[in-house]
Ligand binder design. Structure first.
Ligand code: PEP
Ligand code: MG
Length: 572
């Protein structure tokens, strides 16, 4: 079977199907409330047994602090205040246990979330976990917690949210395969950041695989085999070994410069989603962070992160990078990244909708909190701020004005920040690329976001697997836009980077070097391979191909030209 190779690596292991676990609760009135109260008791006691089992496991395998979480969950299950009220509601209002549980716990969650106290906020997260465990027991839903798997598995799912992926335990999840999603959907991006091999866009895979089936997959090629014959298995065991050898060989490039044979030096940076990803950057010798997707700080919780919490996250990253550049992008929520607690209205076209800078300029209290946290953190490292999804000069100037107001506020309070911090913007909307000569005068740098730039230029949803063949980095229109942005940036004397997935594409890297791109930001695992490619290139030679390339009529012609005349074999 074939899907879209989303994150490289050869994987051999047993399948674990992730069932859909969306819990929908409806209110019902029941005659026998004593029976319903019994149902609740049984669900609570099964939840407790599960937790005791997990706790035992955790005490053997995790640190004391990690194991303590489950002790807290067990204590919470025994809390008479919360569950006493659930029972009371069943008895007095004759409603079903699920409804009573939902209503009562929500009341407590609202109280917890209104308090600006980290400890209480953590208790809210615990209560949600415990509540969901009881829900699953009431409804008979089997659920695997991706953070607490007890053996190595390949996850097979209809879809995975970016936060599902971000939470995966890399030691247990060998890889994953999903039915939905494209190469640049956010769970695919997260998988590359975490170094978890993945294939997306495989029709009906959850129907075709059973738990414990043996699966082989190649995350580069997008190939999957279910219960393969022994000869195929042997072949892939050999391929896996070769792949690991290739990865070890790349380690020789740690500490080396990212420079072409004729001396054109670029910066190879990393894209990250959470401070945890910094480890991967250091391991892969990243020269900085070209994109910190801050939205993950806002996800998987019940309320907005406070200024203090954000400040800590940004500061930790800036400090760990020890003076290397850290480009932090302001909140880019919307599209395929949702925040349920903001209760945004449903939209017909979320990717064309109320997202990123549009939301921030509208809900300024959210934006200002983040900007102040970022400014404060800038005193601790080489932070640069970047605005996403800018489509016009007005938006850019308004965002800059708000930033200046936040700076004024901090100055007045005598709070330190970097007065010379660079401020840049993403170029991911064709309109911005077209007026990049004008925008360049207002910023210190551009970073080209090809994931969105491709989808908006070609009008192809980046996550729609049915359109994957139309979503291509080789379209001549894209090459022209990229070249225009780089030229306009340089004309205005600013540096131009790229943080979309194209920056790490072995076929496009030579083209971008020819165009003079200054910074390439990619998933940390792609950095050393990119360095190897760049070290083998001659910029002068590549410049000579540009004219021909941007005058080609079709994507197929562009790709063929790159394959035949430009590409450096990316394998040793
Ligand atoms: C992009 O659009 O290329 C980009 C880097 O941003 P994101 O993938 O987070 O939309
Ligand atoms: Mg984008």
């Amino acid at each position: 079977m074939k899907g879209i190779g989303a994150s490289p690596g050869i994987v051999i292991g047993r399948a674990l199907i992730k069932k859909e676990t969306e819990i929908k609760i409806e209110k019902e009135y029941l005659k026998n409330n004593a029976q319903e109260a019994d149902r609740l008791e049984r669900a609570i006691s099964s939840a407790k047994k599960e937790l005791e089992e997990i706790l035992k496991n955790a005490q053997e395998k995790m640190t004391k602090d990690e194991a303590k979480i489950f002790e807290a969950h067990i204590l919470m299950l025994e809390d008479p205040e919360v569950f006493g009220q659930v029972r009371e509601m069943i008895e007095t209002e004759n409603v079903n246990a699920e409804w009573a549980l939902q209503e009562t716990t929500q009341k407590f969650l609202n109280i917890f979330n209104s308090m600006d106290d980290e400890y209480i906020k953590e208790r809210a997260a615990d209560l949600r976990d415990v509540r969901d465990r009881i829900f699953r027991n009431l409804l008979g839903i089997e659920q695997y917690d991706l953070t607490k798997l007890d053996k190595e598995v390949i996850i097979v799912a209809k879809d995975l949210t970016p936060s599902d992926t971000a939470q995966m335990d890399k030691n247990k999840v060998l890889g994953f395969v999903t039915e939905l999603g494209g190469k640049t959907s956010h769970s695919a991006i997260m998988a590359r950041t975490l170094g978890i091999p993945a294939i997306v866009g495989v029709n009906n895979i959850t129907q075709m695989v059973n738990n414990e089936d043996l699966i082989i997959f190649d995350g580069d090629e997008g190939l999957i085999y279910i219960n393969p014959e022994d000869t195929l298995l042997q072949e892939y065991l050999r391929k896996k070994e070769e792949y690991q050898y290739f990865k070890v060989k790349l380690q020789d490039l740690v500490g080396k410069e990212s420079k072409t044979k004729d001396g054109f030096k670029v910066e190879l940076s990393a894209n990250i989603g959470t401070p945890k990803d910094v480890e991967e950057i250091l391991r892969n010798d990243g020269e900085g962070i070209g994109l910190y997707r801050t939205e993950f700080l806002y996800m998987d919780r019940d309320s907005l992160p406070s200024e203090e919490e954000q400040f800590e996250a940004y500061k930790v990253v800036a400090e760990r990078l020890q003076g290397k550049p850290v480009v932090i992008r302001t909140l880019d929520i919307g599209g395929d990244k949702e925040l349920s607690y903001l209760e945004l209205p449903e939209e017909m076209n979320p990717f064309l909708g109320y997202r990123a800078i549009r939301l921030c300029l509208d809900r300024q209290e959210i934006f200002r909190t983040q900007l102040k946290a970022l400014l404060r953190a800038s005193a601790y490292g080489n932070i640069k701020i970047m605005f996403p999804m800018i489509s016009s000069m007005e938006e850019l100037l308004q965002a800059k004005k708000i930033l200046q107001e936040c700076e004024g506020e901090l100055r007045e309070k005598k709070i330190a920040f970097n007065e010379n911090m660079e401020v840049g913007m993403m170029i991911e909307i064709p309109a911005a690329a077209i007026i990049s000569d004008l925008l360049a005068k207002e910023v210190d740098f551009f970073s080209i976001g090809t994931n969105d730039l491709i989808q908006y230029t070609m009008a192809v949803d980046r996550g729609n697997q049915m359109l994957a063949s139309l979503y291509t980095q080789f379209h001549p229109a894209l090459l022209r836009l990229i070249k225009k942005v780089i030229d306009n940036g340089h004309q205005a004397g600013i540096w131009v980077g790229m943080c979309g997935e194209v920056a790490g594409d072995p076929k496009m890297i030579p083209v971008l070097i020819g165009m003079g791109l200054d910074e390439f930001s990619m998933s940390p695992g792609a950095i050393l391979k990119a360095r190897w490619i760049i070290n083998n290139l001659e910029k002068k030679e590549l410049e000579e191909h540009l004219e021909a390339l941007i005058n080609m009529a079709t994507s197929a012609d562009v790709e063929k030209y790159i394959d035949e005349k430009i590409v450096v074999s990316a394998k040793f």
